[in-house]
Design a protein around this ligand. Structure first.
Ligand code: SF4
Length: 312
């Protein structure tokens, strides 16, 4: 597939598969998270606010069907989207009993005729064989299915620093079980984690190229209101990356990624009211343009660093 950008954009992968504009509709199904309810930890990851890293587009009091119908109409008008993916986004969307998960996923699959499938976001330590078998049952030949894992980094020390309460080994176990069932995956990573060097971040990119999930979502660590990271920022114990540094890092990271991995996102989704720092993150289009310009300046594209690395 040829694409218009120096990397493989997820939107183009969707367009090639479905022949039209496809958008994800975010859902809040009222889940919680083992890193908040005390079963793994309390207080959550240092960057996670009370919405459970959601886009805040939904009201969890609404049924899944109502959330989908409301937002499909908005997206149809705003983005001229024609087909939609039901995206279980907020908190940990496999953290419940199997029967409840099945009821929610079934409802999403059948709520609207223009839904092409499911995307389910979760922690790697919150899946097991039964849950993965259930998720695999939603695979359709002409449909869409994706399990999104918050891996964040391959370095356990970094995971500890953000109070993740899970390890890279947890991710590798979940990845293997998911791959065995041929469930496509998107792996989330965060750039700018406290204590991480450029080499640490590139090691994460190289590991992803080795594992080769179908997609990667790249986030910048940012401080949201009412989070431990906000407190660290206010006390001067943590500083976010600058815009220029982030652009350089994103390009470096993408250069190290296998060119067949779709890039779902390269900017954060911190919402305007809740974002404390860095505020430049709100200039999403400017950041995207700068990434493209930087690739142009370098004369490189996704996978160039990866190919070089595999030759040595
Ligand atoms: S695992 Fe996800 S939902 Fe839970 S605290 Fe961390 S970011 Fe928030």
């Amino acid at each position: 597939m040829t694409n218009s950008k120096p990397y493989l954009p997820y939107s183009e992968v969707l367009k090639a598969k479905f022949g039209c504009k496809v958008y994800k509709v975010t859902l809040d199904a009222g889940f919680t998270c083992p890193n908040r309810d005390g079963s793994k930890g309390v207080g959550g990851c240092t960057f996670c606010d009370e919405t459970g890293s959601s886009s805040r587009a939904q009201n969890k009091k609404d049924s899944i069907t109502l959330q989908l119908h409301k937002n499909i109409e908005i997206m149809r008008k705003r983005f001229k989207a024609e087909k939609f993916i039901a995206y279980f986004q907020s908190y940990t969307n496999t953290y419940s009993r199997l029967e409840r998960l099945k009821r929610l996923y079934d409802e999403a699959m059948t709520a609207h005729p223009d839904i092409v499938g499911l995307s389910i976001s979760t922690r790697p330590d919150c899946v097991d064989e039964e849950k993965l078998d259930l998720i695999a049952s939603y695979r359709r030949p002409n449909g869409y299915l994706c399990l999104e894992y918050g891996m964040q980094t391959i370095h356990d020390e970094s995971l500890q620093r953000i109070n993740r309460c899970e390890t890279h080994a947890d991710f590798l176990t979940a990845f293997e079980l998911t791959r065995q069932r041929e469930i496509p995956m998107c792996v989330h990573v965060i750039l700018g984690l406290p204590g991480e060097t450029i080499d640490d971040m590139m090691a994460t990119a190289r590991k992803l190229s080795e594992l080769k999930p179908e997609g990667v979502k790249i986030h910048l660590l940012c401080a949201m209101k009412h989070t431990p990271l906000e407190q660290m920022f206010l006390r001067g114990e943590w500083e976010p990356l600058g815009q220029e540094t982030y652009v350089q890092l994103v390009c470096d990271f993408i250069e190290h990624l296998d060119p067949q991995i779709a890039i779902h996102r390269i900017t954060g989704n911190g919402h305007r009211e809740g974002l404390v720092a860095p505020r430049w993150l709100l200039k999403k289009h400017e950041v995207l343009n700068q990434v493209e310009l930087e690739f142009l300046k370098r004369g490189t594209r996704q996978g160039d660093g990866f190919k070089t690395a595999s030759l040595v």
